[in-house]
Design a protein around this ligand. Structure first.
Ligand SMILES: [Zn+2]
Ligand SMILES: [Zn+2]
Length: 239
């Protein structure tokens, strides 16, 4: 029943080697992986400039932003004629190893805000929301050496929490789910996949009622709260 109501699966968190220092495959290879897994689309969320980006930071701002946009465009071009949607996003690091997945914004938005990556989360979130974007905190309780665990999430600036991150430990995901519930935030799920042959392909993301051809359509469906999250390949309530 759930399956038929929410037939369109989208990865909401994946990386390419064009803009992420830790990315292993090209945008086209990532698209091919999700397409082959039966997904309707993916949001490319390469690490933004305060995170593990491999975009040359000595370039003019417009050109740095163009590198991000071109990665998604290249995957979209690969997907032409395949009924597979490639959407643009970024994984923005705002300090202390904390990151927010940003959906529903595009090249115009980034180009118009030079230095946006240096803003505190509060101000970053204001700009994203003014532009109609949507923020889900990536793996809020991930415990790794590069993350300052003394700094907690700031739920007041978020729309959602990534309650299932494929590569997190179960207890980290459980804490993320509790954070979402305690603050009335929505839930997203992401593979955080960096490799086209990785185990997260086909195991995470969101399942939608309708296709999301654009970032705005994705945000609209997320805001409707009428979708499912994908947990280890199975559909689960979005809270
Ligand atoms: Zn990474
Ligand atoms: Zn990531």
């Amino acid at each position: 029943m759930q399956e038929s109501l929410y037939p369109f699966r989208y990865e909401t968190h994946c990386h390419s080697c064009w803009c992420s220092g830790c990315g292993r495959n090209t945008p086209q290879e990532m698209a091919e992986a999700y397409y082959s897994a039966g997904y309707a689309g993916m949001v490319l969320t390469d690490h933004f400039l305060r995170g593990n980006s491999c975009v040359d930071r000595s370039l003019p701002w417009e050109e740095q932003m163009a590198r991000y946009w071109e990665a998604a465009q290249a995957a979209a071009q690969w997907a032409q004629g395949k009924d597979f949607d490639v959407l643009f996003g970024i994984e923005h690091a705002y300090g202390d190893g904390k990151e927010v997945l940003t959906y529903g914004i595009g090249l115009d938005f980034l180009t118009a805000h030079p230095g946006i990556h240096r803003l505190p989360l509060k101000e970053y979130a204001e700009l994203v929301h003014q532009a109609g974007g949507f923020l889900s905190m990536a793996h809020p309780y991930r415990d790794r050496p590069y993350i300052n665990m003394a700094v907690g999430p700031q739920p007041e600036y978020l729309d959602a929490v990534e309650v299932f991150n494929f590569y997190n430990y179960p207890e980290e995901n459980q804490k993320a789910l509790a954070l979402a519930k305690a603050n009335g935030l929505q839930a997203t799920s992401g593979g955080d996949e960096h490799s086209a042959s990785g185990a997260a392909v086909g195991r995470a993301g969101v399942a939608l009622r309708e296709r999301a051809r654009t970032g705005a359509q994705l945000v609209e469906q997320l805001r409707s709260r009428d979708y499912r999250i994908i947990v280890n390949g199975e559909l689960a309530p979005c809270i």
